[in-house]
Design a protein around this ligand. Structure first.
Ligand SMILES: [Mg+2]
Length: 460
């Protein structure tokens, strides 16, 4: 399977909007530069992209364009490269703006909005896009189960695939919403694909790649791709923030204060054996992590425990080793599907998970391994502390008061290496455990609910 890494993937950012609903804020200033807690809004998004490994950016700018270019320059100060494409006099809509920049686009690119803060697992986005391409797809859309919370839903899902996206004709069946992060093949913006949907004049101003500039909404492409079954999905479970109106800008300010300016402790939860059952795997005749969605069973107390931890003001992160795909027992897609299913289940029960950190790697290839890029000696496979430490640059984590909760010695060792308190679930079987840890967990409990109860009780 052909796949690019984030480092090699171009991120195209739509930044041309006038931001008229923001009134005074955007009178002299383009939306991406509106000040939020002492920094331009887009700085927060850029921080996320850089954290996830992206290095190549193309900004599509229009309103007050020169201010954006002057502020970010060529990106070298941030260790990234930024190119720019200026909108023309006539506003061309989202699709038209991308087509206008055609000569600067790479064959595959991520498309995001400069007025949104989209905190998702971009590694999963990248994988799902290229995995989709290996099945003949040409784009990817991130979607969120919405239930009309944020805006009107416009997507019907069929398991992990999109059945229909249509923002013009919404139906009650639609319960997902497009989240604002997409990936595309550049060729979708050529006349060959567009001509049945958009009136392309025979002549007029061109985009420098021999195509006439034309106004259209990118939703047209998305809708058609969904009908053709050529658009892959990445289901996300966390809400997005945008600064379209003074109210939403204000809401984002509060979020920034909480997330970046104040320190908060976190609870890192191992998954298998802590939140869900371990299952019997016929192939290896052993108890094992679930490798199929239908094998996955969350413990009845999982949601309650997560809720309890959240209510105490802790972040809830999963920190899980899942070497199943690297060992050739399943595909990485399935491992992502299982995590998504679980996170959605928990969210439906009011037990939101802030992020899932998964290590899918394994150092040794086996004869069934199909996704060779998973074979490596990484920094994230527990007992190494990478899964716990990596989020430090995008969350302001109070490690000293944080916890790792797990049912195996590797969880405890990882927690100790990251400098957090440790809670072991189960029986310490386990002179071996002590030897392997070279030290003991801070607490030993029976189940995750008991662990959740202990969190924050430092005098025990
Ligand atoms: Mg476990």
């Amino acid at each position: 399977m052909y796949m690019k890494t984030a480092e090699d993937m171009q991120v195209v950012v739509l930044m041309g909007g006038l931001g008229t609903r923001l009134g005074e804020y955007t009178k002299e200033c383009p939306k991406p530069l509106v000040e939020v807690e002492g920094k331009p809004f887009f700085d927060y998004s850029l921080k996320l992209f850089i954290h996830h490994g992206f290095r190549k950016f193309l900004f599509l700018i229009g309103y007050r364009a020169e201010m954006i270019e002057e502020y970010y320059g060529d990106g070298s100060k941030l260790g990234i490269s930024i190119s720019y494409c200026y909108d023309g006099k006539e506003l061309l809509g989202t699709g038209g703006a991308v087509r206008r920049a055609y000569r600067l686009l790479e064959d595959d690119f991520l498309l995001v909005y400069g007025d949104s803060f989209m905190d998702i697992d971009y590694e999963e986005t990248m994988y799902r896009y290229f995995e989709g391409k290996s099945r003949g797809m040409r784009a990817l859309m991130t979607v969120l189960k919405n239930g009309n919370r944020f805006d009107r839903s416009n997507v019907i899902m069929d398991g992990s695939e999109i059945r229909l996206y249509d923002k013009m004709n919404m139906t009650p069946e639609m319960d997902y919403i497009d989240y604002g992060v997409c990936a595309y093949e550049k060729s979708l913006f050529r006349d060959e694909y567009l001509k049945d949907m958009v009136d392309i004049p025979a002549d007029g101003e061109t985009n420098g790649a021999g195509m006439v500039n034309v106004k259209f909404d990118i939703a047209l492409i998305q809708n058609r791709l969904s009908i053709e079954k050529k658009i892959a999905a990445h289901i996300v479970t966390k809400r997005f923030y945008e600064i379209g109106s003074p109210a939403s800008l204000n809401e984002f300010r509060g979020y920034v204060r909480h997330r970046f300016n104040e320190k908060h402790p976190a609870v890192f939860l191992d998954r298998d054996g802590v939140l869900n059952e371990i299952v019997f795997n016929d192939d290896i005749e052993q108890m094992d992590s679930p490798q199929k969605p239908e094998q996955f069973r969350a413990f009845p107390e999982a949601a309650k425990a997560i809720k309890k931890i959240r209510d105490k003001g802790y972040y809830v992160f999963l920190a899980t080793n899942q070497p199943g795909a690297a060992k050739g027992k399943c595909r990485l897609k399935t491992l992502y599907d299982i995590n998504t299913m679980f996170a959605e289940q928990m969210a439906e029960n009011g037990a939101d998970i802030d992020a899932v950190f998964m290590c899918p790697h394994y150092p040794k290839k086996s004869e069934n391994t199909k996704e060779d890029f998973l074979i490596k000696t990484c920094d994230c496979r527990k007992p190494k502390p990478g899964l716990l430490l990596k989020p430090a640059d995008i969350y302001n984590i109070d490690y000293e008061n944080s916890y790792m909760i797990g049912d195996s010695f590797t969880d405890i060792v990882a927690g100790q290496a990251a400098g957090v308190r440790t809670i072991f679930i189960g029986e310490l079987k386990c002179d071996a455990c002590k030897k392997l840890c070279d030290t003991e967990p801070d607490h030993i409990v029976h189940d995750v609910l008991e662990a959740a109860w202990l969190v924050g009780k430092q005098d025990i």
